[in-house]
Design a protein. Structure first.
Ligand code: NAP
Length: 261
C-alpha cells in the first residue's frame, strides 16, 4: 500500500484542521467572520480577507486571543486579477497550501429590475460569481494535486425561489449554486469536496440596515426568526471538516426551514 504525503499535517479529533490553511473571503464581517473563528477553533490557520483593515485586524485579534492562528489579507475583490492575487498571497502565508476556501464575501442590493443600473449589475456578478470562480480556478488544482481540500460557497435561500426585488442578487447566487455542483463534478474525483450553504435571513452587519424587514422576512419560515451568523458558520465548519467526508456538491439550507415549506 502506498501512502500519500500531503502538505498539511494530520489533525486530531478535536482539532481536525490542524496543519490546514483556510482562506475565508468576507472574513471581516458577519457570516465570514463567524466562520473564520469556527475554523480556527478546529485548528486551521485562518486567512481573512476584506477591504476594511480595522475590521480585519479586529477579527484576527479575536481569534488569536482564543489561541487560534489567523492573518489578515486586505483585498478589494472585484475581478479575476484581484482573486488571483489574493490566492497567491494566501498560498504564501499558508506555507504553499490552501486546504479550505470559504467564499463568503458578497453584496446583496435589493430592488426592482427596472431600477437596477449596469454598474450595480456588474458589481454583484463580479463579487458574487466572478471572484469565487477565479479563486477556485487558482486554488482547486493545488488541492486536487494533494488529493484533498474543501470549498464552501455561501449562496442564499433566494437562489431557490423567485422573490420580487431579489432578481439580480438571487440570480448571482443561483449561478454560484450551479458552480458548486459543476465543481463537485470537476474536482471531486481528485478528493476535493465542494459544497454550499444556503442561508436564510441572518443577523449581520450587512443586514443591520434592514431593521424589521429582516424579522418580517424570517417570520415566513418554520423557525420564525432570523438566524445568527454563528449558526451559519457551524454548518460551514461541518462541511469543511472531515466529518463531511462523503458530502460532495450539496447545498445545505440554513434558513430556519424557509425553503422547505
Ligand atoms: P456582511 O456582514 O455585509 O459582510 C460582507 C463581507 O464581504 C464583508 O467581510 C466585506 O468585507 C466583504 N466584501 C464586500 N465587498 C467586498 C469587496 N469588494 N472585496 C472584498 N471583500 C468584500 O455580509 P453577511 O451578511 O455576513 O453575508 C455573507 C454572505 O452570506 C454573502 O455572500 C451574502 O450574500 C450571504 N448571505 C447572507 C444572508 C444574510 O441574511 N446575512 C442571507 C443569505 C446569504 P469589507 O467590508 O471589509 O470589504
Amino acid at each position: 500500500m502506498t501512502t500519500t504525503t500531503t502538505a498539511a499535517a494530520t489533525g486530531t479529533a478535536q482539532h481536525p484542521l490542524t496543519g490546514r490553511t483556510a482562506l475565508v473571503t468576507g472574513g471581516t464581517s458577519g457570516i465570514g467572520r463567524a466562520t473564520a473563528a469556527r475554523l480556527a477553533d478546529l485548528g486551521a490557520h485562518v486567512l481573512i480577507t476584506g477591504r476594511d483593515a480595522g475590521r480585519g485586524e479586529a477579527a484576527v485579534a479575536a481569534i488569536r486571543a482564543r489561541g487560534g492562528e489567523a492573518d489578515f489579507v486586505r483585498a478589494d475583490l472585484r475581478d479575476a486579477a484581484s482573486a488571483r492575487t489574493v490566492a497567491q498571497q494566501a498560498l504564501q502565508l499558508g506555507g504553499g497550501h490552501v486546504d479550505v476556501l470559504v467564499n463568503s464575501a458578497g453584496v446583496f442590493p435589493f430592488g426592482p429590475t427596472a431600477d437596477t443600473d449596469e454598474e450595480t449589475f456588474a458589481q454583484v456578478y463580479d463579487l458574487n460569481v466572478k471572484v469565487p470562480y477565479f479563486l477556485v480556478a487558482e486554488l482547486a488544482p493545488g488541492m486536487a494535486e494533494r488529493g484533498e481540500g474543501a470549498i464552501i460557497n455561501v449562496t442564499t435561500m433566494v437562489a431557490s425561489f423567485g422573490m420580487a426585488g431579489m432578481a439580480l442578487y438571487g440570480s448571482s447566487k443561483a449561478a454560484l449554486t450551479l458552480l458548486t455542483k459543476a465543481w463537485a463534478a470537476e474536482f471531486g474525483p481528485s478528493g476535493v469536496r465542494i459544497n454550499a450553504v444556503s442561508p436564510g435571513p441572518t443577523r449581520t452587519e450587512g443586514t443591520a440596515a434592514m431593521g424589521e424587514a429582516l424579522d418580517q422576512l424570517a417570520s415566513q419560515g418554520p423557525a420564525g426568526r432570523p438566524g445568527e451568523a454563528d449558526e451559519v458558520a457551524a454548518a460551514i465548519a461541518y462541511l469543511a471538516s472531515p466529518q463531511a467526508s462523503f458530502v460532495h456538491g450539496a447545498v445545505l439550507p440554513v434558513d430556519g426551514g424557509r425553503i422547505a415549506v
